[in-house]
Design a protein around this ligand. Structure first.
Ligand code: SAH
Length: 340
């Protein structure tokens, strides 16, 4: 059995099986999720004999930091090597009032969005809940400060690794101590999984990569639209906010000439009218070979104003980490030896 990623109940069962008192499970959980130890041997409050047995009957897998880069804005990207040798990327984003980490959910991605570097090589495998939490613990140790916010916006499609993602959210919340309201899961829009997530009644923020106001254009940018068209997707978003009372974040990546005109903004406003949501405008980070450009500031302003005039709350993402290839959509490629 793997210890990292196990729930308190599972640890209790393990202790029971090993004829240990139930409180040992709390001790183990504390070492795993609060202290962030890398081996059973470091769990010094456990009797030596038990530690030995635990180490022989269970595993504790932590990543190894294979490389690290930092941008002048203090954004830091870590390349982490997993137990099987696969490599993933995670980003640390320090702000004056919070410490945010951006984590990956899969090795690679199957979504194949036209503007994103992560999907170019397809998906290799899902990350386990332990591997997802390891990223938060590793970045937290690196920062030497508690992580306050977690965004599931690294490589991979979180809702295509549903079970491990939901498990990791609960563990981050209950054991690591990150408030659910400070956790955001970003998705390309896997409609049935959004409906399922609504039933979990988690107080997390759901972010949907909208990026276009109509199916045809969106399908060209995001092939997943063919399977899950906008109408059903937005119905699922409404169901999510109805069930949780939470405002959904609609991410809108602005690509010069492709989806950034005032008519696009008007159609997006019409689509979102009456929804409990806000739109987050994302500056496009050029990815080599993708053939897109970032719009000029005046175009972004006009897009934003059109939405605001229609009564929609808009935020604009402040780009970070560009110089270390840690900006959105840029993760993973560099480590694969294809620097743009
Ligand atoms: N698979 C999930 C989460 C990972 S991507 C999703 O797609 O939502 C996180 C965000 O970065 C998404 O909104 C994605 O569309 C956006 N993104 C991808 N490539 C980008 C790029 N080159 N520039 C800016 N944002 C990008």
């Amino acid at each position: 059995m793997e210890l990292l990623g196990a729930t308190k109940t599972e640890l209790q069962r393990l202790c029971e099986d090993m004829n240990q008192p139930a409180f040992r499970a709390n001790q183990i959980a504390g070492w795993l999720y609060k202290s962030g130890v890398h081996s059973v041997d470091q769990m010094t409050s456990l009797p030596k004999e038990f530690r030995k047995r635990l180490a022989s009957e269970a595993t504790l897998s932590r990543s190894r930091t294979a490389a690290e880069s930092a941008a002048p804005d203090d954004t830091r990207k870590l390349l982490l090597e997993l137990a099987d040798g696969e490599r993933i990327e995670s980003v640390l984003l320090p702000y004056p009032d919070r410490l945010t980490v951006c984590i990956s959910t899969q090795v690679g991605c199957a979504a194949d969005c036209a503007f994103c570097a992560s999907g170019e090589l397809g998906v290799v495998r899902n990350l386990t809940a332990g591997e997802i939490i390891d990223q938060v613990l590793t970045l937290q140790a690196r920062a030497g400060a508690r992580v306050t916010n977690v965004v599931y916006m690294g490589v991979g499609e979180p809702l295509l690794n549903y079970g491990n993602v939901v498990r990791s959210i609960r563990l981050l919340n209950e054991e690591v101590g990150v408030s659910a309201r400070r956790i955001t899961v970003s998705t390309v829009g896997i409609t049935p999984r959004i409906l399922r997530l609504a039933k979990e009644k988690l107080q997390i923020t759901l972010a949907v990569s909208l990026h276009a106001p109509e199916d045809e254009l969106r399908r060209n940018l995001m092939p997943v639209t063919g399977k899950y068209p906008l109408r059903g997707l937005l119905d699922a978003c409404r169901a999510y906010s109805d069930a949780t009372g939470r405002r959904v974040t609609m991410e809108y990546l602005l690509l010069a000439g492709a989806n950034d005109t005032v008519p696009h903004a008007r159609r997006a406003a019409a689509l979102l009218r009456g929804m409990l949501c806000n739109v987050n405008l994302i500056p496009y980070n050029p990815v080599r070979g993708a053939g897109f450009r970032r719009p000029k500031a005046a175009v972004v302003d006009a897009f934003r104003k059109t939405l605001e005039d229609a009564g929609i709350a808009v935020t604009q993402r402040f780009e970070r980490g560009h110089s270390v290839m840690a900006a959105c959509g840029q993760l993973r490629r560099r480590s694969m030896g294809d620097e743009s």
